[in-house]
Every structure is written in C-alpha cells, then in structure tokens.
Write a protein that binds this ligand. Structure first.
Ligand SMILES: Nc1ncnc2c1ncn2[C@@H]1O[C@H](COP(=O)(O)OP(=O)(O)O)[C@@H](O)[C@H]1O
Ligand SMILES: [Mg+2]
Length: 185
C-alpha cells in the first residue's frame, strides 16, 4: 500500500517515463483556505486511446510486460477519493496524458505528502534526458524548478556529479522549506 502522496507521484511519473515523455510537468498546490492538496502530473508521452483510458483505473490493467501490477493509478485515485476529493485523467493518443488528484487536506485518512524532495531529486537526476517542470505552492506562494534552466547553465555536465546533485537537492529543499516552514504536510 502506498503510504505517501510523494510515492504516488513517483509511480505516476514513471508511467510518463515509460510512455516516452520528453517533458513532465508536476504541479503540487496546497491550499489551506480551500482545504485541499492538488497534484497535477502531465506529460507529452504516447498517451492512451479511449479504450485504454477506459481500463486505466482497473487494478489489473497494465500494458507492462514485466512485473505486471497496474496499481499506480488505482492507488492514487483511491487515495484522493477516500478523502472526499476527486481524480481525473485526460489522455490523447500521440499527444500525452494529464492526471489530476485533489485530496481534502484536513481529512483524517489523507496520506501525508511525504518526501517530495527525494521523489523529485530521483526523478530529475535519474532521467537527465527528460525535462521536468516542477511547481510547489502553498497558499499564495510557489516556486518552480525547470530543469531546462539548469541544462542551459550546466551544458552536458551530469546531474549525477556530486556538486550538481547536492545543488539540486538543496535547491528543492530550501524552496520547499521556505514555503511550508518544513511543516509536515
Ligand atoms: N502517462 C501515461 N501515458 C500512457 N499510458 C499510461 C500513462 N499512465 C498510465 N498509462 C497506462 O495505464 C496502465 C496502468 O498504469 P498503472 O496503474 O500505473 O499501472 P502500471 O504502471 O503498473 O502498469 C499502464 O500500464 C499504461 O498502459
Ligand atoms: Mg504505474
């Protein structure tokens, strides 16, 4: 069972990677006023046909041939809906996919956001050929990390270089802490 929203994000972003995306946008917005936590993950991967899309929240549906499980989407959907939130997927074959999960922030059964910094750090540094646009917002403030900006500065220096890796890690952590004061969300 997934215990953290950040692990759901990792799983859903891995679907995007498997779908051949070259750009993945991850947007996480926490609103105390609206009492919700909204996650949008969109990609420009292969997308799904209407008939694939119709099966996507079936726990046993998977186009994977190795370790067939197919629970990433159903867990995310269930996690959001059990809080009284909503879940939706838009997808177009050949264009891409957008997954939106809205959690009711104060609901007792809401999973914690968890270690989103580690999730983003591993997505970014393990997939250097993919552009990530990551936004984290709390109430009226947000920050965005666009790996294309890093790429411009770094040229072909690897994200796995310790100095670069640590820079990205600190960048993610410091901006997040600035927005949520390191609070457990
Ligand atoms: N972003 C996406 N782009 C294209 N197909 C997707 C995407 N996300 C999910 N799918 C399709 O939905 C199926 C189910 O996804 P998921 O529930 O995460 O299970 P799994 O990843 O284990 O197959 C995938 O196997 C894939 O066929
Ligand atoms: Mg999956």
């Amino acid at each position: 069972m997934m215990t953290e929203i950040s692990l759901n994000v990792l799983d859903v972003a891995q679907n995007s990677i498997r779908a051949g995306a070259s750009r993945i946008i991850i947007d996480i917005q926490v609103s105390h006023k609206e009492d919700r936590l909204k996650v949008i993950i969109s990609d420009n991967g292969c997308g799904m046909t209407d008939s694939q899309l119709a099966h996507v929240d079936d726990p046993f549906y998977s186009t994977r041939t190795t370790r067939t499980i197919g629970l990433g989407i159903p867990f995310f959907k269930n996690g959001a809906e059990m809080t009284g939130g909503t879940f939706s997927i838009k997808s177009e074959a050949g264009k891409g996919t957008e997954v939106t999960a809205v959690f009711v922030l104060s609901h007792i059964d809401r999973m914690p956001l968890g270690d989103i910094t580690s999730t983003m750090l591993s997505l970014i540094t393990c997939n250097e050929n993919i552009d990530f646009v990551y936004t984290y917002g709390v109430d009226n403030r947000s920050f965005t990390l666009d790996t294309r900006e890093f790429r411009k500065i770094l040229g072909d220096i690897s994200y796995q270089e310790p100095d670069v890796y640590n820079y990205i890690k600190e960048y993610l952590q410091e901006h997040k802490d600035d927005l949520d004061q390191g609070k457990y969300i």
